[in-house]
Ligand binder design. Structure first.
Ligand code: ZN
Length: 375
């Protein structure tokens, strides 16, 4: 714990270039995995960054509540379970356990709350009803659609790009029942051959993905959240739609006071995808590298910028970590000990904090290692 935090001037977090004033309690929501397949380095990056901001805030004396959800109601999960001939709940349970094991190995603190979509069906129904009551949604043939077309412009995405992304993320812009192709599904009526559905006032069905996260945030934190984290590819349609749904239902804006989307990780310049066989798995990296080195590789860069993984990046991180350990065992100079935590508050500027820790050594390096769990 930082002894200066009670006597010195209050320290403030800058995130995304802006000061995010916070008093005491901080509410963090992290979009979690859909547990139908292995998780890779791109996922790990998102969760290690969320872990880093949480640890920085805790170190500065904030009480942080983190919710990281599990998207266990999802078409991709159901399809994979059918393909394997397994129950979707068993598949989700096993994949979730594997993911949590990887997170533990990477020293990502377990979330305080781990809601799953299946546990919050009732809250999605409440959200759908709230949107209907406020005329922000309409029902057609048992499906409830929300009027979210405005969210693309709010997210800075032009309509053509939004339509492309809506198709890519299976929001079905070509659904003829929609008033606007960019409206999103809050409640999806079940098909006769659907094996997973729940009852609702509009008939059997299941929640839409964006509505699941919106409902979980509202149910757990009330009408807003301080820091909303997720992968770099979630800005549109997921986060934009989630915010539009919550804000339309509650009338409270902004739904998220800040967004923290970690930069997308590619591999040797190519998109990481199972289909191209270039998935980098954390379990494989852990066979030859320490969790501290993997964390430092993920964190020693600007958090929002996309980057490309290659083996040299991990070797570099390993070498830097050795230098940090050597610096930590030196007597060091006093100023760095306070400068490191202050620098981390400045948009999580890890590269500068590493530089200070190496220059000043001693307590500065020990503090950096402690805050970012680089052991
Ligand atoms: Zn989400």
């Amino acid at each position: 714990m930082n002894p200066a935090r009670l006597t010195g001037p209050p320290m403030r977090l800058k995130l995304g270039g802006e000061i995010l004033p916070m008093v005491g309690h901080v509410r963090m929501y992290v979009c979690g995995i859909t547990p139908y397949d292995v998780s890779h380095l791109g996922h790990a990056s998102t969760y290690v960054w969320a872990d880093a901001v949480e640890r920085v805030l805790r170190w500065h004396g904030h009480h942080v509540t983190v919710a990281r959800n599990v998207t266990d109601v999802d078409e991709a999960l159901f399809a994979e379970a059918r393909r394997r001939g397994e129950s979707h709940t068993m598949l989700a349970t096993l994949q979730r356990a594997a993911f949590e094991g990887t997170m533990a190995a990477l020293q990502v603190r377990p979330p305080d709350l781990a809601p799953s979509a299946a546990q919050h069906i009732g809250h999605v129904v409440q959200l759908a009803q709230a949107l209907l009551d406020r005329d922000s949604a309409y029902e057609r043939n048992g499906t409830v659609y929300a009027r979210t077309a405005h969210s693309a412009a709010q997210a800075g995405v032009d309509r053509d790009a939004a339509l492309r992304l809506a198709t890519e993320y299976r929001d079905h812009p070509d659904d003829p029942d929609k008033d606007d192709p960019l409206d999103v599904t809050v409640w999806q009526a079940a098909d006769p051959d659907d094996d997973v559905s729940w009852p609702s006032p509009w008939g059997d069905g299941r929640p839409g993905w964006h509505a699941e996260c919106a409902a979980m945030v509202l149910a757990l934190f009330g009408s807003s959240v301080d820091i909303h984290c997720g992968g770099g590819d979630l800005a549109y349609p997921h986060h934009a739609s989630e915010a539009a749904l919550a804000e339309s239902a509650t009338g409270v804006t902004p739904f998220a006071r800040s967004w923290m989307r970690a930069g997308i990780v590619s591999v040797d310049g190519a998109k990481m995808a199972k289909s191209t066989g270039n998935l980098v798995l954390v379990e494989d990296l852990l066979k030859e590298h320490s969790p501290g080195a993997i964390r430092l590789m993920l964190l020693n860069r600007p958090w929002s910028q996309p980057w490309s993984f290659d083996a040299a990046a991990l070797d570099d991180a390993e070498a830097t970590l050795e230098q940090l350990y050597a610096a930590a065992s030196s007597p060091g100079m006093a100023p760095g000990a306070a400068a490191v935590p202050a620098t981390l508050l400045d948009d999580l500027d890890v590269p500068r904090a590493v530089h200070i820790a190496l220059e000043d050594g001693g307590q500065a390096a020990r503090t950096l290692i402690e805050i970012l769990a680089l052991t």
